[in-house]
Design a protein around this ligand. Structure first.
Ligand code: HEC
Length: 126
């Protein structure tokens, strides 16, 4: 009888312990992509100068500039041309082009969405 009670108590303790560690892990490590998307307004028109250029500058332009690897992504004409040639494909990592940024992590869902929407909204120089 005592053994049975001990066994049941250990089982209950284990269940409580695992539930708590699971919850604490999520609280300590919220999914970074989910929190970024919450602050990512892509419902309004995307701006090239206000949003797209900044993302490319932060993630791409150390390689893709006038003296570096083509395409040159430091100006509107270069980015607009690349939009016809794999710009979106390479940031969503669909396998049809090289994954970009090269040798680095995939960009945030927010940054990828902003650039993809800017392309689908017609590659405006706004
Ligand atoms: C560390 C350097 C580096 C960074 C950072 C980088 N690229 Fe590239 N990119 C390259 C190289 C090198 C190539 C040539 C193809 C290859 O080697 O895979 C290339 C090719 C490309 C191409 C042509 C498509 C293809 O498959 O060849 C596009 C478009 C492109 N990059 C866009 C981007 C974008 C957008 C970013 C930022 C999100 C980025 N790159 C960041 C180095 C880089």
């Amino acid at each position: 009888m005592l053994k049975k009670i001990i066994r049941i108590s250990i089982f209950i303790a284990a269940v409580i312990f695992f539930n708590c560690t699971k919850r604490n892990f999520k609280q300590l490590h919220p999914d970074p992509e989910v929190s970024v998307v919450k602050n990512c307004d892509t419902t309004s028109a995307i701006s090239y100068s206000g949003q797209v250029a900044k993302i490319l500058n932060d993630n791409c332009n150390n390689c893709h500039n006038s003296t570096g690897t083509p395409p040159d992504l430091t100006n509107y004409n270069g980015v607009a041309a690349s939009a016809q040639m794999g710009l979106v494909s390479c940031i969503v990592w669909d396998g049809n082009t090289s994954n970009m940024p090269k040798s680095a992590s995939k960009m945030s869902v927010c940054d990828i969405t902003v650039i993809s929407k800017w392309v689908s909204q017609g590659v405006l120089n706004n």
